[in-house]
Design a protein around this ligand. Structure first.
Ligand code: ATP
Ligand code: MG
Length: 323
């Protein structure tokens, strides 16, 4: 008889779902803000009181409460499904906490056992809530300092205990739009402190990729030196760029991420094309040319010092051929 095997998810995974996350409060902030944004909210109000955090958004509300506890399942619309490829795990970052959720005229309280499979009752709410309210106890308050970093580039108004989080577009200067992989790219000389918070190297430029408020660093640089630049990538609504699950702190290597690297390289050389002068290497000048970008000749740079080796007389430097 032929043996047949079949992929399935063991319910035991539910008992470990909280471990899909790093367990940091930052991770919870990211997931909850992301849900509000995906629900189409334009405003999120966060209130801290007596150790409890209450997050209220003015989004579309929760249509199907079952989706809240469906590990791997999502209740977002088609556009969100193709554009962001939600994983259906985010809310489990709150497990095993007791969480009360209200939306429309329904409410529920998910307790420790609720997260691992015990049926949870959904009851009628007295009033009607537009959007959703999520309330739970957390180790520390979700104060402005903690939340703002995750709200500043999300494109929604986030108010923490009555104070409005700063908000700005991720790309602020001239940026180029790339339909494939679906993003804007800006090569920036100056970045804000909000951007800098996401860069592991304070002084050195990096590629920073913004996914609707969540910023990740791309470990890739198109040239030889950083040149004091930062490359900002603002991901559009429709893209095949994906974040690695479950932590979503780095990009998945796929065809779209390759396209992104190509686009970054083009923008990098176009940036130097627009400058009056540059100090790129000859090798880079040739690479730009290969990409169809004519660069002006590099500004000569002189560095005083002795030439290593036997020769201590000044030597003549020959210009490379075809330069
Ligand atoms: N603030 C909200 N407003 C409306 N619906 C919500 C809200 N938060 C959660 N939901 C519903 O609960 C479902 C589960 O949310 P969860 O965060 O666990 O997964 P997801 O957002 O679908 O995927 P991801 O793992 O990428 O976060 C959502 O798909 C959505 O249907
Ligand atoms: Mg989510």
């Amino acid at each position: 008889m032929q043996e047949v095997i079949c992929a399935k998810v063991d319910p035991r995974l539910l008992t470990k779902a909280d471990r899909l996350f790093t367990g940091t409060v930052e991770g919870r902030v990211i997931e909850i803000l992301q849900n509000a944004r995906r629900a189409g909210a334009t405003e999120v109000r966060i209130a801290n009181k007596d150790g409890f955090v209450t997050v209220q958004d003015n989004g579309s509300g929760i249509e199907d409460f079952q989706k809240l506890l469906d590990l791997g399942g999502s209740g977002w619309d088609e556009k969100m499904e193709t554009g962001e490829d939600p994983a259906g795990v985010g809310l489990f970052s709150l497990a095993p906490r007791e969480v009360s959720i209200v939306s429309g005229n329904r409410k529920t309280v998910i307790d420790k056992d609720g997260w691992t499979g015990k049926p949870v009752e959904v009851t009628q709410n007295k009033g009607t809530v537009k959007g959703a309210i999520v309330k739970f106890r957390d180790d520390k308050p979700w104060d402005l300092d903690l939340v703002e970093k995750h709200a500043v580039f999300a494109g929604i108004r986030v108010i923490v205990d009555g104070k409005l989080c700063h908000s700005m577009p991720f790309c602020r200067g001239k940026s180029a739009y790339y339909e494939n992989p679906g993003c804007r790219i800006e090569v920036a000389k100056e970045i804000s402190n909000y951007h800098r918070e996401w860069s592991t190297h304070w002084y050195q430029g990096r590629v920073l990729v913004n996914f609707h408020g969540q910023v990740v660093q791309l470990d890739h640089w198109p040239g030889k030196h950083r040149q004091g630049l930062t490359i900002l990538v603002d991901i559009a609504d429709q893209t095949d760029i994906r974040l690695m699950l479950p932590a979503r702190t780095m990009l998945v290597e796929n065809a779209a991420s390759e396209k992104l690297k190509e686009a970054i390289e083009l923008e990098y050389y176009k940036y130097f094309q627009k400058q009056k002068t540059h100090t790129l290497y000859y090798e880079e000048y040739l690479r730009a040319k290969q990409l169809g970008i004519e660069l002006p000749e590099a500004e000569p740079q002189y560095k005083p010092g002795l030439i290593w080796g036997e020769c201590d007389e000044p030597v003549e430097i020959v210009m490379p051929k075809d330069f």
